[in-house]
Design a protein around this ligand. Structure first.
Ligand SMILES: Cc1cc2nc3c(=O)[nH]c(=O)nc-3n(C[C@H](O)[C@H](O)[C@H](O)COP(=O)(O)OP(=O)(O)OC[C@H]3O[C@@H](n4cnc5c(N)ncnc54)[C@H](O)[C@@H]3O)c2cc1C
Length: 382
């Protein structure tokens, strides 16, 4: 298995890393899963999520009163790294554990926290992101989905697209317009809703990606009646809340480790055919991984302190996506000259999957061009 250097600043995480590696080795040996590239998006296994919940590896940093475990961010980081490096089937709970739970913790009512967070931490409640629409991706403020007040709550109408895992999720956080924009300022008048996906009037249909996997969806909301308390946070504060949610979404190790499982499987083979060119390639990848890892952990610590490091998260994602795509392309170069029959069993499938997922790395969660624009603006460019 890929040997991550220990987290020097938190040696308490070392024992946890061994525990996670032991669990993964047992699961692999018993046929519990087949390693997958891009596992956090395309490999969903609710049973595996429940096993993680039972071990206390979901909602790790949340308070105990909401089913969490009050552990430091470095511990969650270790579990995340090991799961990604193993290509484990973590997609079912990924969004709920990574962002929805923390978002509810920050903006939710006491009741939302009490009813939903313990279920997420147990690996029994999954969630989806309802931001993008057919005409509103990069230009998110152009969304048309609307929620209008009624005597009993809200009526939600519109269409969301590309929502990862919506087909198995229990809730979706939907960004909707609740009042008109103020002239050209379209970020005004938006609100977030915590929508129970079992409500009448919701229709979810799968969309296949380049490799044929239907991991994301189109969701139609046809006059869906929402209770008053479906509002998440403050009415009209949806844009600011969304930006906070995106900081959670953009900065984790999954933004640079998606392809690591492929490298990990290839390393013994590359090692058996070691030469100066291959050594330089591997060394360069590992150097970049170490830097990104420190940056990502730094953002996680800022989030934990209640800060909103939106631009720092963009930097991690921009650099991380380039690296994870680079890993696969460089690997193809390193494999040149090594006969196919020497490849480990199943490696061709893993490599093919990784190649087919490359285009989505720089699109999902905000495109590279958009991230660069945000970073440049922070430096004073208009
Ligand atoms: C695998 C995957 C999973 C996803 N999961 C989710 C999800 O769970 N929930 C969700 O809400 N959305 C999800 N998305 C949608 C994703 O956030 C959008 O695809 C992304 O924001 C881009 O929007 P778009 O597809 O409408 O492309 P567009 O915004 O139309 O962009 C098309 C191209 O134009 C470029 N471009 C656009 N505007 C500018 C500009 N101002 N300057 C420079 N270049 C620009 C973009 O960089 C891009 O290359 C997912 C997407 C993918 C691929």
């Amino acid at each position: 298995m890929f040997q991550f250097p220990r987290l020097e600043f938190d040696p308490s995480a070392d024992a946890l890393r061994e525990e996670v590696r032991g669990f993964l080795a047992d699961e692999l040996q018993s046929g519990g899963f087949t390693p997958a590239a891009d596992c956090w998006v395309s490999a969903a296994d609710p049973e595996f999520s429940r096993k993680m919940g039972a071990r206390g590896w979901l909602g790790m940093t949340w308070p105990k009163e909401f089913g969490g475990h009050d552990r430091p961010v470095a511990h969650r980081f270790v579990v995340t790294e090991e799961m990604l490096a193993a290509g484990a089937p973590v997609a079912a709970h990924w969004i709920a554990d990574r962002q929805t739970g923390s978002h509810i913790l920050r903006y939710g009512t006491q009741e939302q926290k009490q009813t939903i967070l313990p279920r997420i931490a147990a690996g029994e409640c999954f969630t989806a992101i309802g931001m993008s629409e057919p005409q509103a991706g990069s230009d998110l403020a152009a969304i048309k989905t609307s929620a209008r007040r009624t005597d009993n709550g809200w009526v939600l109408s519109g269409r969301k697209i590309w929502s990862t895992g919506a087909h198995f999720s229990h809730y979706m956080i939907v960004l909707a317009r609740t009042s008109p924009a103020e002239g050209r300022n379209r970020q005004v008048g938006l609100s977030q809703f915590l929508v129970d996906l079992s409500l009448p009037g919701i229709d979810i249909s799968g969309i296949r990606d380049l490799g044929g996997t239907p991991h994301f969806n189109e969701t139609l909301f046809d006059n869906v009646e929402l209770p008053e308390d479906a509002l998440l946070g403050t009415e009209g504060n949806g844009w600011a809340q969304c930006m906070g949610e995106l900081a959670l979404e953009r900065s984790g190790p999954e933004r640079f480790l998606t392809s690591l499982v492929v490298l990990e499987k290839a390393l013994p083979l590359i090692g058996a055919h070691a030469d100066a060119r291959r050594a330089v390639e591997v060394g360069s990848i590992l150097a970049n991984l170490r830097v990104l890892r420190r940056m990502s952990l730094g953002v996680a610590e800022m989030l934990e302190r209640g800060e909103s490091p939106a631009t720092a998260a963009c930097v991690v994602k921009e650099m991380g996506n380039r690296l994870e795509n680079d890993i696969v392309q460089r690997l193809r170069g390193m494999l040149a000259g090594i006969p196919r029959h020497a490849w480990p069993a199943g490696f061709d499938v893993l490599l093919r999957e990784a190649i087919l997922h490359l285009p989505s790395n720089t699109l999902r969660g905000g495109t590279t061009e958009i991230l660069r624009g945000i970073i440049a603006r922070e430096m004073g460019m208009r």
